[in-house]
Ligand binder design. Structure first.
Ligand SMILES: [Zn+2]
Length: 386
């Protein structure tokens, strides 16, 4: 015969089981939910098999011979704990993206892969200056990538998947071509390029170094996102926001250094207030930050705290190859390890859509016609019937 204590002990067990079922059902629904991706590098999203084939064609020596082993190598090498080591893995991806054909293939496959993951709108970024070794011009690089995106989008549509891609043109912050790249960006604003970015080693190469490019863009009323608050902290973030006029922050995870906590709760510093008050979105990339030492675990990653505090939080992949991830996987990790719910997933999809570099009417259409109806349907009881 059960004592009352034993009987009551059964109830939480059932609850726990029910919660686990609900969580599993939510995880299973993630790939099918419409998602918006703002921070994804084209040169960090190659299929391992494509790398093997392209490397064989051009005689580039890869650190592993087959796709499976190569995928593991990228993940392990990128997990070495610092941003500079992480960035070294790009030597191999960049090496096989030097002809129009290679660029077109990589862009095409990227669009197809994102669509297959349920991404309905993605902003993909890359640095044209890194693809000139075989004599392509900057404009030829842009044209090849745009052609590949168009092919991938059309192929996905033929399979019943709708995706749209906006291109972000990146200037490498440690190089010296940012003025030229800003001009290239503006010259392609009617050619699918929707924004500008700076990437590469953050520490020691703050946005003030590239200020002329940001002024060129500002004078042309063209938006930029800036990698900041990943490998460097407050000063880099402040420059991104105040000097570069960043419309979004790439990563921004170290903004938590401007938030203290005591017995009265969280206390925001001046910069954290500024970013939150102005709804400057943070393009957070959980797995990538784990690999570069920016966060100890998914459960403790500041993305959840920043979201609870009301920042404009978005969830992103950064580099799908190096992190062996997808947007669905990033969201799954947050559900499984940080307690995220369907409402959280809807919030980040809407926030991301609200801060794309599309025009406001297009953003609104994306939210009202694509995102909200799907998340409302997913929230209805009985949605997870097998
Ligand atoms: Zn990035």
């Amino acid at each position: 015969m059960s004592t009352p204590a034993e009987t009551s002990a059964v109830v939480p067990t059932d609850d726990t089981a029910a919660r686990a079922d609900e969580r599993d059902a939510l995880v299973a629904s993630i790939p099918g939910l419409p998602k918006v991706l703002l921070h994804d590098h084209l040169d960090g999203g190659l299929r391992p098999q494509t790398m093997v084939e392209l490397a064989a064609e051009v005689g580039h020596q890869l650190p592993a011979a087959d796709a499976e082993a190569l995928g593991s190598w990228f993940y392990d090498a990128a997990s070495s704990g610092t941003l500079p080591l992480y960035l070294e893995t790009f030597d191999h991806t960049i090496a096989v993206m030097q002809t129009e054909e290679q660029l077109r293939r990589v862009a095409r496959e990227s669009a197809i892969d994102l669509a297959a993951d349920g991404v309905v709108y993605a902003e993909q970024r890359y640095a044209p200056e890194q693809h000139l070794r075989n004599g392509l011009t900057l404009q030829q690089v842009v044209d090849a990538v745009q052609a590949g995106f168009a092919e991938g989008v059309a192929e996905a549509a033929a399979e019943g998947r709708s995706i749209r891609i906006g291109t972000l043109v990146t200037a490498m912050r440690h190089a010296d071509r940012w003025d030229e790249i800003a001009e290239l960006t503006l010259a392609n604003r009617d050619n699918g390029v929707v924004g500008f970015d700076i990437a590469g080693a953050e520490d020691g190469f703050p946005p003030s170094r590239h200020i002329s490019a940001f002024h060129t863009l500002r004078d042309a009323s063209f938006p930029a996102t800036v990698h900041a608050g990943e490998a460097a902290g407050y000063d880099s973030l402040a420059e991104a926001v105040h000097l570069a006029g960043a419309a979004r922050i790439g990563h921004g995870v170290r903004l938590v250094e401007d938030i203290s906590t005591d017995e009265l709760g969280d206390k925001l510093g001046l910069l954290a207030h500024w970013v939150r008050d102005r709804r400057i979105p943070l393009e957070l990339c959980p797995s990538s930050n784990l690999q570069t030492g920016g966060a100890p675990s998914i459960a403790e990653h500041p993305v959840t705290r920043l979201k609870r505090l009301g920042f404009a939080v978005t969830v992103n992949t950064d580099n799908r190859l190096q992190s062996r991830t997808s947007l669905s996987r990033e969201l799954t990790l947050l559900v499984e390890q940080a307690g995220w719910t369907l409402d959280d997933l809807r919030d980040v999809a809407v926030t991301a859509a609200s801060h794309t570099f599309l025009h406001q009417d297009e953003r609104q259409s994306l939210i009202e016609n694509v995102i909200l109806p799907a998340y409302s349907a997913a929230a209805r009881p009985g949605r997870h019937r097998a």
